[in-house]
Design a protein around this ligand. Structure first.
Ligand SMILES: [Zn+2]
Length: 302
């Protein structure tokens, strides 16, 4: 293998497709973005943006492509099985993208990608046991245990957004009291609006009011405690050394990480309490993980 070869890495988000050519150190040497089209035409947009990047670096070898997507993914079949937000079902990707780019292509789940990236290059460097929690419109997680990504029977795992931690709060999944219905960025903004009658555009606005607004503090503390309840369950099950918070809510920084660390410690008497940190890679985590996916399929380091 060439020392300065590149990987084509693409993170298909709910609103934006982020694409990069990434070197062995994880640095982007070229980057492009496109709005994510709804439905199956997303595939055409992925093909196009990848092709544009490959044409920019005609003289450097590209070892392969990693593409990470939301929803359900069948990695072995190379199919994006289902995304409610993006409106696709059984979208074949690996064969189509491979034929268009003339490269080996692997696909995987975007939150898994964020977790692998934080483990190898971000806040989780130095531990083999971490939980990555992406908090935005919803809440999803990925677990690295003993250096291995936990993948589940059919690729589904670590859906901690749907752990039931309260009662009397309806979740979009149809069940009651799910973490996501209380502590997602969307839920925090919704709850603050319901209590005050003053609509906010997002959780960022609630965070900005923490110093001056008792209702904002109450809503925030409820979310922190619900997160701690769910993470205490995860801690009992897999004993992580570190919880890394990603997604939009991680922009709250110490306002989230510090009280969450305390609340988690209060709830973990039997196992060693995990430390809590904000994502080090931020919005780039998905793409960085996709570059590792392209290079080694996330095989654990031996
Ligand atoms: Zn739910």
């Amino acid at each position: 293998m060439d020392d300065d070869d590149l990987a084509l890495a693409i993170d298909v988000g709910g609103t934006t497709i982020k694409a990069e050519l990434v070197d062995r150190a994880g640095t982007a040497v070229a980057a492009e973005q496109r709005p994510t089209p709804h439905g199956e035409s997303a595939r055409d947009a992925i093909v196009e943006v990848g092709g544009v990047l490959l044409a920019q670096q005609p003289d450097t070898p590209v070892v392969g492509a990693g593409v990470v997507v939301p929803g359900l993914v069948d990695r072995a079949a190379g199919v994006a099985t289902y995304s409610a937000n993006l409106g696709w079902r059984d979208l074949e990707l690996v064969r189509a993208l491979g034929a268009a780019w003339r490269l080996p292509v692997r696909i995987a789940h975007d939150v898994a990608s964020g977790g692998v990236a934080e483990h190898r290059l971000g806040a989780g460097v130095g531990t083999q046991d971490l939980v990555f929690v992406a908090i935005g419109t919803g809440i999803a997680a990925s677990i690295v245990s003993g250096g291995h990504l936990v993948t589940g029977h059919r690729g589904e795992s670590a859906e901690i957004g749907h752990l039931a931690v309260r009662t009397g709060v309806a979740c979009a999944c149809g069940r009651d009291g799910c973490l996501e219905a209380i502590a997602s960025a969307a839920a925090i903004a919704r709850r603050y609006g319901a209590l005050t009658g003053s609509q906010v555009t997002g959780a960022d606005e609630v965070v900005a009011r923490l110093d001056s607004d008792a209702v904002a503090r109450e809503v925030w503390q409820e979310a922190v405690e619900a997160l701690a309840d769910a993470l205490a369950v995860v801690s009992l099950l897999v004993g992580p050394a570190l919880v890394v918070i990603g997604g939009g809510l991680s922009r709250a920084g110490a306002a989230l990480v510090d009280p969450l660390r305390v609340a988690l410690r209060e709830r973990t008497h039997v196992v060693h309490p995990a430390d809590v940190a904000a994502s080090a890679l931020g919005d780039r985590g998905g793409v960085v993980g996709a570059a590792f996916l392209a290079r080694d399929g996330w095989a654990p380091e031996s």
